[in-house]
Design a protein around this ligand. Structure first.
Ligand SMILES: Nc1ncnc2c1ncn2[C@@H]1O[C@H](COP(=O)(O)OP(=O)(O)OP(=O)(O)O)[C@@H](O)[C@H]1O
Ligand SMILES: [Mg+2]
Length: 503
């Protein structure tokens, strides 16, 4: 018997213009959590897609229980006991939770003894049992499109667990889970470890890795750097191996000076009684206003309301002293307000368009000659500036954005809104899925914008980021603003106290 359930050795994979994997190895022990770490674009997802049969490797070998195997496609991978929760979720919104979980392998029953039809009753019973097993409490009949991003992620996890796998790949599973859901996932992981399942865990969150990882493999630029026992590692050591150099500060020094009030919201209330209500706040020129709260606090909904994506029933918005009417996003954009959304797949990226198109799409009217001809040279310059400034890893600006790594897609979206040169920039979880080095780059951009007199609203669920970046923090709980904290006085404790101030 082999000491490993699955081994990948000397795996290489190239895409046009990129060597995504260069002789990489990964060895998984049964009943252990193996963390796979590396910067955005290091090749983590690509390695997993090779294991799951989505990509064909150019070179290399996979062994299961010491025996060489070939994995031809995802169905084959599932048959061999490998399941995967993808970084970019791909649920079918118009279908129910049950249908999404059993897609392609519906339980069947016989009618009149010979016609096979889908056994819906069994499917929903099995789904309900499964949801219970993974400690989730929503209705198996609900359409997936009606769920929140975090609930969708939970459905994907339930689906993978239902496959009774021996190897489970979790590619950034907690990027949009609430703290409770993360705890639930960790309990599921413990259960699976006890059943001897090997788990590959990809995450940019150090605290998670150090908490649940048994072993850690680090990759850099498509290359294998090494594998360590998690106990030998610290956050600093991991960062140094990932980045290839020491990273001294997590946040840039702040030199922005907030000035006069430019944006004011009064008694802003949603048409949905369970959403945001009676919200009042001011935003200054050159200020970074952090927005804290638990997931479900209605922070995103509030910002979408201000941006014209959601309707409000009452309230006023003043911009530079004048009241403005925002009924749709275009009204906001025309006034110089931009918003980076939380859900990049649902409402952010346009997968088949190139990196260049995705960056320039909302600002093209600034690059017109004689008012109607797009100046290609200027657009290319803009795109090149962005790619360089944010260190976006892409073969070229013509590459389709869906082939970029998750974190690099996020950087393209940040670039899109910067290109618009907005006065007020609303950022919803701007560094989600972004590695430590690139986070620092995005923080520098945010600080620079504030210094140049732009006003920033930044929703973040990362305490460190809120405290490290904000001039002021507005905290929400259950649709209401429960308080403001000066950046200098903010602590994890006083933010949490306001975030849990339920009525
Ligand atoms: N289908 C594809 N076509 C072309 N290039 C690709 C494709 N898939 C991945 N790449 C490239 O391969 C490299 C590795 O990407 P990968 O998605 O594996 O990174 P990652 O480590 O998962 O990063 P992240 O932390 O951002 O998710 C990147 O340069 C990416 O642009
Ligand atoms: Mg990835």
């Amino acid at each position: 018997m082999s000491e490993y359930v699955l081994e990948m050795t000397d795996v290489s994979k190239s895409f046009p213009g990129v060597k995504a994997l260069d002789h990489v190895q990964l060895k998984l022990r049964p009943g252990k959590v193996h963390a796979l770490m590396g910067e955005n674009g290091a090749g983590k997802s690509t390695l997993m897609k090779c294991m799951f049969g989505i990509y064909k490797m150019d070179e290399g070998q996979i062994k299961i229980d010491g025996q060489p195997v070939t994995i031809s496609d995802p169905m084959d991978a599932l048959k061999k006991g490998i399941a995967m929760v993808h970084q970019e979720l791909q649920p079918i919104p118009a279908r129910t939770v049950g249908e999404n979980i059993f897609l392609g392998r519906y339980p069947l029953k016989k009618l009149f003894g010979f016609i096979s039809v889908v056994d819906h009753k069994k499917m929903y019973e099995d789904t309900a049992a499964l949801l219970k097993k993974v400690r989730m409490s929503f209705d198996a009949h609900q359409k997936v499109g009606e769920l929140s991003v975090s609930q969708m992620q939970s459905v994907e996890i339930a689906k993978a667990v239902s496959a009774n796998c021996r190897v489970l790949i979790l590619d950034e599973p907690t990027s949009s889970l609430t703290a409770n859901e993360v705890e639930a996932l960790f309990r599921i992981i413990e259960d699976l470890k006890a059943e001897n399942v090997a788990i590959v865990y990809i995450s940019h969150k150090m605290d998670e890795i150090l908490r649940i990882g048994d072993e850690v493999t680090i990759m850099r630029d498509g290359k294998y750097i090494g594998t360590w026992d998690a106990q030998e590692l610290t956050t600093e050591k991991i960062i140094t191996q990932m980045v290839g150099r020491e990273l001294k500060n997590l946040y840039p020094p702040k030199n922005n000076v907030p000035g006069e009030v430019v944006f004011e919201v009064k008694d802003f209330t949603s048409i949905n009684p369970r959403s945001f209500r009676h919200v009042n706040f001011q935003l200054r020129k050159g200020e970074i206003l952090g927005v804290g709260g638990l997931v479900g606090a209605q922070r995103t909904e509030l910002m979408e309301g201000l941006f014209g994506i959601r309707s409000h029933s009452s309230g006023q918005i003043f911009y530079k002293g004048k009241e403005m009417t925002i009924n749709r996003p275009k009204d906001a954009i025309d006034s110089g307000i931009a918003m980076l959304t939380e859900d990049r797949r649902g409402s952010g990226i346009m997968g088949v368009l190139s990196v260049a198109d995705n960056i320039s799409i909302s600002s093209l009217n600034q690059y017109l000659d004689y008012g109607f001809m797009i100046n290609g040279k200027k657009v290319e310059q803009l795109v090149q500036d962005n790619v360089k400034k944010m260190n976006i890893k892409t073969a070229s600006s013509k590459t389709q954005i869906k082939s970029l790594s998750g974190g690099n897609q996020q950087k393209v979206l940040v670039g899109r809104w910067l290109a618009n040169n907005p006065d007020v920039l609303i950022l919803d979880e701007p560094t989600r899925g972004i590695d430590v080095g690139a986070k620092y780059e995005i923080y520098c951009i945010i600080e620079e914008l504030a210094r140049s007199g732009k006003s920033i609203i930044m929703i973040s669920s990362e305490m460190g980021e809120l405290i490290g970046m904000s001039d002021r923090i507005m905290v929400m709980c259950d649709g209401r603003v429960t308080g403001f904290i000066d950046g200098k006085d903010a602590t994890q404790e006083n933010i949490m106290a306001l975030a849990t101030q339920f009525e």
